[in-house]
Design a binder for this molecule. Structure first.
Ligand code: ATP
Ligand code: MG
Length: 212
């Protein structure tokens, strides 16, 4: 049995065409079913639904043989125990710094002030500001980052942006786009050796179907 870990929503939807290229169809719709294990047209392949941030953990410890996870999630996780053969070029977005319109980010950076930054991505943010030589106090949040500058919790946020409409709706402006994000295929290192005959054709089919 091959177990593929996916998160519901965009990653699931955008992985379906890649699975189709490998001749695999998922037989249930996660938006309609409450099941967390979804059968496919192949008796030897199943999909497990986990939180996006849990995909690397499942694959690392062998709860799944392979999975699809965003670069953001992989950088926070650290990638230990994971083989990352393919950038799938799906679920594309960017990692950015955003602030309230009345906060002069450039001036704060130039003056060397300590900036309070709220984010779910503390590792990515820590690295980014260290590279820039900017002093920050990081505040870990688990969601609704846009609220932090509006309530005075933080001066800035580090978050994923795609269209920018969420920022706009909350009167925030993107002041620094510092990383492009897409999702990658991750494979358990032991499974890659033990289940190579099953995994290799799947990885090759995925590779052939990566969107431009
Ligand atoms: P949850 O919604 O369960 O809290 P999540 O927000 O991490 O988890 P998704 O919103 O499905 O889950 O995001 C999954 C992945 O898709 C992210 O890790 C990121 O790589 C990518 N992603 C997130 N937001 C966007 C976006 N607006 N556009 C494109 N890709 C995105
Ligand atoms: Mg989300």
């Amino acid at each position: 049995m091959l177990t593929l870990a996916l998160s519901k929503g965009r990653i699931f939807e955008e992985t379906l065409p890649l699975l189709a290229a490998a001749g695999i169809t998922v037989l249930e719709d996660p938006e309609k079913s409450r099941k967390l294990i979804l059968p496919t047209n192949r008796d030897d392949v199943r999909v497990v639904l986990v939180r996006a941030t849990d995909v690397p953990t499942y694959v690392q410890y062998g709860g799944a043989d392979l999975g699809v996870a965003g670069k953001d999630v992989l950088l926070e996780h650290g990638g230990e125990g994971l083989y990352q053969p393919l950038d799938l070029n799906i679920a594309k977005c960017r990692m950015s710094v955003a602030v309230r319109k009345d906060f002069d980010y450039a001036a704060a950076v130039k003056q060397g002030s300590r900036i309070r930054v709220a984010t779910k991505y503390t590792e990515v943010a820590r690295q980014h500001f260290a590279d820039k030589g900017v002093h920050v106090d990081l505040i870990k949040l688990y969601g609704s980052m846009e609220l932090a500058p509006l309530t005075g919790l933080a001066d800035a946020i580090v978050d994923l942006v795609s269209t920018g409409s969420t920022l706009k709706a909350n009167h925030l402006v993107e002041v620094e786009h510092f990383m492009d994000i897409s999702s990658r295929l991750v494979v358990n290192q032991a499974a890659l050796k033990l289940k190579r005959d099953q995994l290799k054709p799947l990885i090759d089919a995925f590779a052939s179907a990566i969107p431009a």
